[in-house]
Design a protein around this ligand. Structure first.
Ligand code: ACO
Length: 284
């Protein structure tokens, strides 16, 4: 399978607009990447941008996502992940299932010809595109409308928070296609909805709508589709109002909490608070 193309570097992308703090990457990216990233001050917006194909994702998309994570400017505190058009994302590009595959990126058949180590490395690189969204220094928000299927659902799950439109349709389709969800989605799904509900959702590939998504904790809020962008902006602004170091330390604590005992978590709270008190109140 060919090396996937990677998006540009947000730090070194051309500025757009007089005195603007906005930069753009992947503007001239090949169609299969279908991704762009704009950085505006402390907010980066990653947009799936292949609406005519319902923002189907390829290995190039995931490599570009990983590169955005690698090159994210330090000033960025909130990352919004959104999709152009009627659907957030219809998941993996279905051409992967054909013998021809995706031009320059091969197919599942060509992937199957790789050795185990090489194939796992390929999947690991794809997963890298998703994992950085949980970093403590940022809060990631998925703004999700329409279909979020398979890789689309997993991309939303890779984010810390989900704001959904009332037409959202989450569906974990991989098992119905003979695969497993491998883009880091199984853990957040099981953590959020519980193992039995996750088994039921994945193995039936049923659609979860907005009301159920909020009820299960898969979305923080559901709003009319026309209010999705503004609600996301409002949430980003509210998150930015909190001190960055305190927000980072608190997110680090909360993310680690499910894997720790109460005593371990209490010790972690003490360690983080010592650093906070010294940072805020030490006289020298
Ligand atoms: N891969 C490639 N192309 C796609 C994909 C996809 N996953 N999904 C949609 N498209 C293309 C269609 O082929 C169509 O292209 P065309 O205009 O050239 O014919 C275009 O996007 C629009 O698709 P429609 O089906 O016409 O759009 P609609 O809004 O009616 O339906 C829906 C959207 C429900 C998402 C439908 O397109 C669909 O079911 N897509 C496939 C979903 C899927 O099975 N994804 C794989 C999940 S598993 C995983 O991600 C690992």
């Amino acid at each position: 399978m060919a090396e996937a193309a990677v998006g540009g570097d947000p730090e070194h992308a051309p500025e757009t607009g007089e005195g603007s703090d906005v930069s753009t990457v992947s503007a001239a990216a090949p169609a299969e990447i279908g991704l762009r990233c704009e950085v505006d001050g402390e907010i980066a917006t990653v947009t799936l941008d292949r609406p005519d194909k319902r923002n189907a994702q390829t290995f190039a998309t995931w490599s570009a996502l990983a590169r955005i994570g690698d090159t994210l400017p330090e000033r960025v505190r909130v990352v919004v992940v959104r999709g152009e058009g009627p659907s957030f994302s219809a998941g993996i590009d279905l051409r992967m299932f054909t013998p021809e595959g995706v031009p320059g990126q091969g197919s599942f058949a060509s992937a199957a010809a790789l050795g185990d180590t090489e194939l796992e490395r390929l999947i690991a690189e794809a997963q890298r595109g998703f994992l950085w969204l949980r970093r403590p220094e940022i809060v990631s928000i998925a703004a999700v409308q329409g279909h979020a299927i398979g890789a689309g659902f997993q991309l939303a799950l890779a984010c810390d928070l989900r704001v959904v439109a009332d037409d959202v349709k989450f569906c974990m389709k991989e098992p119905a296609l003979g695969l497993v969800p491998d883009l880091t989605g199984t853990k957040p799904l099981a953590d959020i909805v519980g193992v039995p509900r996750a088994i039921e959702m994945c193995l039936t590939a049923r659609v979860v709508g907005a009301e159920e998504a909020v009820r299960l904790g898969l979305a923080e809020i559901a709003v009319p589709a026309g209010e999705l962008d503004q609600t996301t902006r409002d949430l980003a602004a509210a998150l930015l109002a909190t001190d960055h170091a305190a927000a980072t330390a608190t997110k680090r604590l909360l993310r680690a909490a499910p894997g720790r005992t109460l005593e371990e978590q209490a010790a972690a709270e003490r360690a983080e608070q010592v650093a906070r008190i010294r940072a805020l109140f030490a006289s020298n």
